[in-house]
Every structure is written in structure tokens, then in C-alpha cells.
Design a protein around this ligand. Structure first.
Ligand code: NAD
Length: 169
């Protein structure tokens, strides 16, 4: 039994994440998706709640044939303790998949193996770019799985992002 951990903020879950997870699925029996910064929502860089992100990941991964668990994990103030914090919140795992340099460093210091995953169309498949498009009224739906676009529309995600990014000047 090989269980992998993939951690991200998923603001929102997009086709870059989805393509990586499709590939990782071939290497593991089970996959844990940790929804990072779970306490954050209703912010320009973090518009979606942990529950909405659980829904995005769960619906999108139902297309793939991998047993998975989507688990929200809040941030903590001390980076040095963060890998232990994540380990305490999720099922046991054998390997972490990440390209985030801080995530990689913190897990390696905790003696947990980390594998890098390939990047796909990083400029377009990017939470920052998708949120920018939502704010400017450009097309964004083609950059996320169809099920995720439906959830964002269902919760009024674009309207919320515009509201929380607005200024009272
Ligand atoms: P993210 O959603 O930006 O990315 C998740 C993963 O997907 C990363 O490995 C990233 O490289 C990859 N990715 C992004 N675009 C891709 C593309 N186009 N193709 C392929 N892969 C792509 O999330 P993140 O910022 O990496 O999430 C890390 C989480 O860990 C955050 O929530 C952060 O707050 C948390 N964290 C917390 C602490 C703490 O609390 N002290 C410390 C470290 C990290």
C-alpha cells in the first residue's frame, strides 16, 4: 500500500493540479489531498472556503479512479512545526508530491520523502491568473475542470471575489 500526499491551497483547483494528480494516481494506491490555508476565505487571494475547496477536489477527482481523501489543514504560526502539524491531521502517507519550495524544505527537514511533479502550462493554469481573469471579466472556465466551474458558479464565486477585492476609496 503506497499512500501519497498532495498539498495545495486550490484557490481554485485548476487543470494544472488536475493533470498532476492524474499522473500521481498511477504511482500510488491512495492519495490524500490536503487543502492548505483552510482557515482562509473571502480574501482576494483566497476567495473560497475550505468546504468549497473540498467540494471542488472531491467532484473533480471522482473522474479519476484513485481512492482519495480531501482534508482541510489550517496554517500555523511556526513553519518549523508545520510538517508535524500536517502529519497529525491526515492519514499516514509515504511520500509528498509538491513543487512549492517551502513545502519541500519543511517535509525534507522532517525526513519525509518529497517528489517533484511536472508543471503544466504554468502561466495559464495558475490560481493567480484565474483570479485575475475573474476580476477582469475574461474567460476562466476553460482553465478548471467543468465540475469546478459549476461549483464556482453555484456559490457565486466570481461575484464574491469582486466584492472582497473592491476598495472603499
Ligand atoms: P497551490 O494551490 O498554489 O499549488 C499546489 C501545488 O500545485 C504546488 O506543488 C504547485 O507547484 C502545483 N501547481 C500549481 N500550478 C501548477 C501547474 N500549472 N502545473 C502543475 N502543478 C502546478 O498551493 P501551495 O501554495 O503550494 O500550497 C501550500 C500550502 O501549504 C499553503 O496553503 C500554505 O499556506 C501551506 N503552508 C503552511 C505553512 C504554515 O502554516 N506554517 C508552511 C508551509 C506551507
Amino acid at each position: 500500500m503506497r499512500r501519497g500526499l498532495y498539498i495545495g491551497r486550490f484557490q481554485p483547483y485548476h487543470l494544472g493540479h488536475h493533470t498532476v494528480i492524474r499522473q500521481i494516481s498511477a504511482d500510488v494506491d491512495e492519495l490524500i489531498i490536503a487543502i492548505g490555508s483552510a482557515q482562509r476565505s473571502h480574501e482576494p487571494d483566497n476567495p473560497f472556503t475550505a468546504g468549497e475547496r473540498v467540494l471542488m477536489v472531491t467532484r473533480a477527482l471522482s473522474e479519476l479512479c484513485v481512492k482519495h481523501y480531501a482534508i482541510p489543514v489550517e496554517d500555523i504560526q511556526r513553519n518549523v512545526l508545520w510538517a508535524s502539524h500536517v502529519i497529525s491531521m491526515v492519514p499516514p502517507f509515504d511520500v509528498v508530491y509538491s513543487n512549492n519550495p517551502l513545502v519541500t524544505r519543511l517535509f525534507r527537514e522532517a525526513v519525509v520523502p518529497v517528489e517533484h511533479s511536472p508543471l503544466f502550462k504554468r502561466k495559464e493554469y495558475s490560481g493567480t491568473e484565474i483570479r485575475r481573469r475573474m476580476l477582469s471579466g475574461e474567460e476562466w472556465e476553460h482553465l478548471v475542470p467543468g465540475s469546478v466551474a459549476a461549483i464556482i458558479n453555484e456559490v457565486g464565486g466570481v461575484e464574491r471575489l469582486r466584492a472582497v477585492a473592491a476598495q472603499d476609496k
